[in-house]
Each structure stands twice: as C-alpha cells, then as structure tokens.
Design a protein around this ligand. Structure first.
Ligand code: F6P
Ligand code: MN
Length: 313
C-alpha cells in the first residue's frame, strides 16, 4: 500500500492532540491552538508583502515594515474573537488593548513580528507570545502560564510550553503542526554563543565574560533575530544568548514583557535559565509595558558564569 496523506498523518502527533495528552487545560489549549493557526495567516502575509517597505516608525522610533503592523492586526483580530482573552499588549501598540468583555482569564503579550528588518535579506523572523493569567504586570513568574514562538524560516515551526516542558512542532504541507521534538532539554553546558550589541558599547564585566567564552572556544552564532537565535540554542541543546547592558543604555535593548519573559519561560521549561545578571528574568517586576532589560539566557553553566562576572563589577 502506498503512503497516502492519511497514512502519514495518522502516525504524527499534532499540536491539539499533544496538548490534550499533556493535560493542558481546555481554554489554554484552544488559545494556543488559535495563535498557532494565526501564525499561518501571518506567514501568508509575509509572502504576500515581501520587500515592500512602508516607512512607518513604531513607538520606539525604530524603522518599521508594514508587515509588523499587519501581523499585529491579524493577531489582535484573531484573539478578539477567541472569547478567552481580556487584554492584549503588543510591541506595536503604545498601550494595553482591552479586547475582551472583562471576565476572560487570559492576558496575551505579543511581539507580532520580531526581527522584521531581516525580511529583505531572507533570514528567519518570528512571532513571540506570552500568555498570563489574571494580570500581565508584576513578576512574570506569578502570572505567566504559557509561552510560544513561531519561526518563519525555511520551515515554519512552533515551540510552546504550557508549564509541562518545551516542545517543537513543524508545520507540514497538509497545514498541520506536527510534533518534531518533545521535551527539549538543554545540556548543562553548550558550545554556542550569540552576542547582541556593539563591542565598543559593552561594559568591562560583560567584555570579560565574552573573552572567557572566546578563550573556551565557543562558536559564534548570531543571526540578529531573537527568535531564530533562541531557537538555535533550544534545538542545538545549549549555549548562551546575551543582549547586555550597554554603556549608554543600562537596560539593554530587548523588552521584558514582549520578548524576554516568554523566552525565559520556554528556556526554564527546557532546563535552562535566564538572568539580567543579578535577578532571574521571571522575577523582575514589570510596571511598564515597554520596560527593557539586559539578558543572559541559555544553558545553566554559561548563565551562572555570566552572573559571576557581572557580580564582580
Ligand atoms: O526586537 C529587536 C531585535 O531585532 C531582536 O530580534 C534581536 O535580537 C535584536 O534586535 C538585534 O539587535 P542588534 O541589531 O542591536 O544586535
Ligand atoms: Mn522584537
């Protein structure tokens, strides 16, 4: 008998089945599923509007492609009709948007299209999502219940955690997210390092940490897209990504709510860790949606090493 589509798919575990088997609560399951499906619409938009610069600026003054706005609108509209989301906060909006009626359980944060300036050079870009229960402000650890990212690269993949490990799915040609790696685990120590920011802007203690990694023979792997850079650490099972405090920007570049908390959650669920140099990322209180923080994220050994170098400062 030939290998028809049904023969093939019946041996795959798709996202919905995985979440059900893992005991993820029903509303959360539906919400994660809906966001994953929204990733397909965003990907269609990327294909449709490739290379068209619209010249918008976002509220942080960075160059923005119209694609960022489209992705934001698609996400907001999809979540609005889910019935599970009370508030939506996005890197593309200057304030939290109340999209529910007020009684919904979940608060969703989004970086709708991270790394969108890489589109014209055809590098991978991604969507980052955090799902919080009750509130999205305060310590992430008390509120975040799930996180996921979608990578738009040669393949479209989705990595999620609902607090029961971190798992990867690949979008197949039949339009299903099928399980590709269950329970991703980081090694205690890796061999890859990713360095954000310019060397001339680094602090002395950060520079010393990087010199340590270089002396130890770590391999530099930095695409400039947060999603594929973090994805590489998870899929290659270790290493470290840093976007440090800079001399002129002590809080670095990346945003706690939209970028760092979801990745810290996924990383911790895979046995890794994330710190700003002193505190764990999930223990830093958030009181402003645009709040930034330095980050050292990845394998336990490298993150602890970073902490030790920064302590000396
Ligand atoms: O969202 C900001 C971002 O594009 C991330 O995807 C990436 O990690 C970072 O900026 C890269 O910054 P830089 O170009 O300063 O290294
Ligand atoms: Mn971003």
């Amino acid at each position: 008998m030939g290998e028809g589509i049904s023969d093939y798919t019946k041996f795959c575990i798709d996202l919905r089945r995985h979440m059900w088997m893992a005991g993820v609560e029903m509303e959360l399951r539906r919400l994660i599923w809906q966001i994953a499906v929204t990733g397909k619409y965003i990907s269609a938009k990327i294909h449709e509007s490739n290379r068209k610069l619209a010249g918008f600026k976002n509220i942080y003054g960075e160059e923005q492609l119209s694609l960022d706005r489209s992705a934001d609108t698609i996400l907001k509209n999809q979540l609005q009709f889910s019935g599970f989301v009370r508030e939506y906060a996005s890197e593309e909006q200057d304030a939290v948007v109340h999209i529910g009626e007020g009684s919904e359980k979940y608060f969703v944060t989004a970086d709708p299209l991270d790394g969108s300036s890489l589109v014209d050079s055809n590098l991978s870009i991604g969507t980052i999502i955090g799902i919080h229960n009750g509130s999205m402000m305060g310590d992430g650890r008390n509120t975040i219940v799930a996180a996921l990212y979608i990578t738009y690269g040669p393949l479209i993949t989705m990595v999620y955690s609902a607090g029961k490990g971190t798992h990867e799915f690949v979008l197949n040609r039949e339009g299903e997210y099928v399980l590709s790696q269950e329970n991703i685990r980081l090694k205690k120590r890796g061999y890859i390092y990713c360095l954000g920011g310019l060397r001339k802007d680094w602090t002395q203690s950060h520079l010393q940490f990087v010199e340590y990694l270089e002396a130890e023979g770590y391999t530099l792997r930095y695409s400039g897209g947060f999603v594929p850079d973090i994805n590489q650490l998870l899929i290659k099972n270790g290493g470290v990504f840093t976007y440090p405090a800079l001399k002129k920007n002590p809080n670095g570049k990346l945003r706690l709510l939209f970028e760092l908390q979801p990745m810290a959650f996924l990383m911790e669920q895979a046995g890794g860790s994330a710190t700003d140099g002193k505190k764990n990322i999930l223990d830093i209180p958030v009181d402003d949606i645009g709040q930034r923080s330095p980050i050292y994220i990845g394998s336990h050994f490298e993150v602890e090493k970073a902490r030790a170098f920064l302590e000396k400062a």
